[in-house]
Write a protein that binds this ligand. Structure first.
Ligand code: NAI
Length: 471
C-alpha cells in the first residue's frame, strides 16, 4: 500500500493550496478529488473553479461588457450599432476560463510533485503509522489527512434541483437561453451575483429574501446604498418573505410565498435559482469508520488549529466552521500544512475580506458599524464618496463610498467597508493595514497615486479625523 506524509481529500482552493504548501515543505503529498468536467475527465479546482468563483466572475465580466455596450458606451462617445448577444459564445468563453484554471491546478500539482489520485476518498480504518483510505480501487496509508471536501448547495425542503427549471449555483451558470422571468430565492452572495448576470442579459429578475434586512452581514450604510443602486438597476428584491410552496410546471415554476405584510403572493418564473446557503459535504467520506466527529449541522468538528478529534486528521474550508470563502479555506490549508511540518502559523479570521462581485462591487473587512454599536465600542467613522474621486468620474463610475471605522482613542482600524468600482481590489489595502495593526491616520499619511480609486481609501481614512482633502 502506498504511503504518504499527507493526503489531502478534495482539490478545491483549500485542498490544492494545502497540498502545494505541504509539498513545498518537503512532505510526500497526494490529493484525491473526484470532480469530473463535462468531458468526463478529472477537473481539479473544486466548486470555486468549476461552478463557483471562477465561472461566475467570467459571466459577470461578459454580462457587464454587454450592459456597458448597450447603455454606457454612448456617454463615452462610443456608438454601438447592431449590438447582439451571443450567449452560446459567452458560455463557451466561461467554460474555457474554467478549463484553463483546471489545467493550472494540474500543472501546479506536477510542478510540486503532488500525486493526484482521481476518485472519492473514504476512510477505511486507523492503521499503524497513519490512516487508511480508499480512493477508487486503490488503498493508501496517510500519516496526515487533510479533509477539504467543501460544501453542497442547500435545498429548500422538498424542492429538488433539476438544474433545468430549478437551479443551484451550477445550473445558474449554464442557462442556454436568457429566461424572460428569473426568480431567485435568497438575496445572498450567489443570488445577487447571478441575479445581476441574468438581469444584464435581459431577464426580469425577482429576488425573494427571508430576512427583513438586506445584506445583513454587511455594514448597514453600505447595504442601504447597495439596495438603492440595485433597485435603480432593475433588480426587484423582496425582503421578509416566507416561501410556502415551489411548484415546477413543464416550462415554468410557480413560487408561493407570504410577503412581509403577510399577504400571500405567487411568483411565476421561467427559471428559479435557489441560493439559500450551502451545507458541508461529507458525502462518501465514511467518517464513522474512523470515528471522525461531525457537529450537529454536519460540519467536521475542529479546534482553532483545524485539528479534528483524531490525531493527525485535519479539516479546512467549507466543511468546517467559519465563512464559506475560498480564501479562508486557502489560509487554513497553508496553516495546516505548516503545522504538520512543525511550524506555528496563525490565521487571523478578523482580517478575512468579503467581496460581492456585483456592479458596483461590495467589499469589507473587520467589524461593521452595527457590530461596534452592539458592543458599545468607542469609535469614529470616516466616509468618502466615489463621486468626489477623479478617477471614478473619469471611469464613468462615480457611485458608492468608502467607510473607515477606527477606535476613537487609539485610531486603530476596526473595519473598512466599500461599495464602488473595484471594491474587491481596493479592500486589499485595508486588509494589509488591519493585519499590521495600522491606524486610520497611517493610511491617511501614505502617498496614493493620483488619479486613482485608492485615493478614496486615503480620503476616507482622513475623514475619520474630519480632514478629508477632496470633499
Ligand atoms: P448566502 O449565505 O450568501 O445567502 C443566502 C441567503 O438566503 C441569505 O440572505 C439568507 O437569509 C437567505 N435565505 C435562507 N433561507 C431562505 C429561504 N428559505 N427563503 C428565502 N431566503 C432564504 O448563501 P449563497 O448566496 O447561497 O452562497 C453560498 C456560499 O457561497 C456563501 O457562503 C458565500 O459566502 C459563498 N459565495 C461567495 C462568493 C464570493 O465570495 N463572492 C460568491 C458566491 C458564493
Amino acid at each position: 500500500m502506498e504511503t504518504f506524509d499527507v493526503l489531502v481529500v478534495g482539490g478545491g482552493p483549500g485542498g490544492y493550496i494545502a497540498a502545494i504548501r505541504a509539498a513545498q515543505l518537503g512532505l510526500k503529498t497526494a490529493c484525491a478529488d473526484d470532480w469530473r468536467g463535462a468531458d468526463g475527465k478529472p477537473a481539479l479546482g473544486g466548486t470555486c473553479t468549476n461552478v463557483g468563483c471562477i465561472p461566475s466572475k467570467a459571466l459577470l465580466q461578459s454580462s457587464e461588457y454587454y450592459e456597458q455596450a448597450g447603455h454606457e458606451f454612448a456617454d463615452h462617445g462610443v456608438k454601438v450599432k447592431g449590438l447582439d448577444l451571443d450567449l452560446a459564445q459567452m458560455l463557451k468563453r466561461k467554460d474555457k476560463t474554467v478549463k484553463s484554471s483546471n489545467d493550472g491546478v494540474a500543472y501546479l500539482f506536477r510542478k510540486n510533485k503532488i500525486q493526484f489520485l482521481p476518485g472519492r476518498a473514504s476512510f477505511v480504518k486507523t492503521a499503524p503509522g497513519g490512516t487508511e483510505l480508499r480512493i477508487a480501487d486503490q488503498s493508501v496509508l496517510a500519516k496526515h489527512v487533510i479533509v477539504a471536501t467543501g460544501s453542497n448547495p442547500r435545498k429548500l425542503p422538498g424542492v429538488e434541483f433539476d438544474e433545468k427549471l430549478i437551479l443551484s449555483n451550477s445550473g445558474a451558470l449554464a442557462i442556454a437561453d436568457v429566461p424572460k422571468r428569473l426568480g431567485v430565492i435568497g438575496a445572498g452572495v450567489i443570488g445577487l451575483e447571478m441575479g445581476s448576470v441574468w438581469r444584464r442579459l435581459g431577464a426580469q429578475v425577482t429576488i425573494l429574501e427571508a430576512l427583513p434586512a438586506f445584506l445583513g452581514g454587511a455594514d448597514e450604510q453600505i447595504a442601504k446604498e447597495a439596495a438603492k443602486i440595485f433597485a435603480k438597476q432593475g433588480l426587484a428584491i423582496e425582503l421578509g418573505v416566507n416561501i410556502s410552496k415551489v411548484t415546477p410546471g413543464k416550462k415554468s415554476v410557480s413560487v408561493q410565498y407570504s410577503a412581509a405584510d403577510k399577504t400571500v403572493k405567487t411568483l411565476e418564473c421561467d427559471r428559479l435559482i435557489v441560493s439559500i446557503g450551502r451545507v458541508p459535504n461529507t458525502d462518501g467520506l465514511n467518517a464513522a469508520a474512523v470515528g471522525l466527529k461531525l457537529d450537529e449541522r454536519g460540519f467536521v468538528s475542529v479546534d482553532d488549529h483545524c485539528h479534528t478529534n483524531l490525531p493527525n486528521v485535519w479539516a479546512i474550508g467549507d466543511v468546517v466552521r467559519g465563512p464559506m470563502l475560498a480564501h479562508k479555506a486557502e489560509e487554513e490549508g497553508v496553516a495546516v500544512a505548516e503545522r504538520i511540518a512543525g511550524q506555528k502559523p496563525h490565521v487571523d479570521f478578523n482580517t478575512v475580506p468579503w467581496v460581492i462581485y456585483t456592479a458596483p462591487e461590495i467589499a469589507w473587512v473587520g467589524e461593521t458599524e452595527q457590530q461596534l454599536k452592539a458592543r458599545k465600542a468607542d469609535y469614529r467613522a470616516g466616509t468618502f464618496p466615489f463621486m468626489a474621486n477623479a478617477r471614478a468620474r473619469a471611469l464613468g463610475e462615480p457611485v458608492g463610498l468608502v467607510k473607515f471605522l477606527a477606535d476613537a482613542k487609539s485610531d486603530r482600524i476596526l473595519g473598512v467597508h466599500i461599495i464602488g468600482p473595484y471594491a474587491g481590489e481596493l479592500i486589499a489595502e485595508a486588509v494589509a493595514a488591519m493585519a499590521f495593526g495600522a491606524a486610520a491616520e497611517d493610511i491617511g499619511m501614505i502617498c496614493h497615486a493620483h488619479p486613482s480609486l485608492s485615493e478614496a481609501m486615503k480620503d476616507a481614512a482622513l475623514a475619520v479625523d474630519k480632514r478629508a482633502l477632496n470633499i
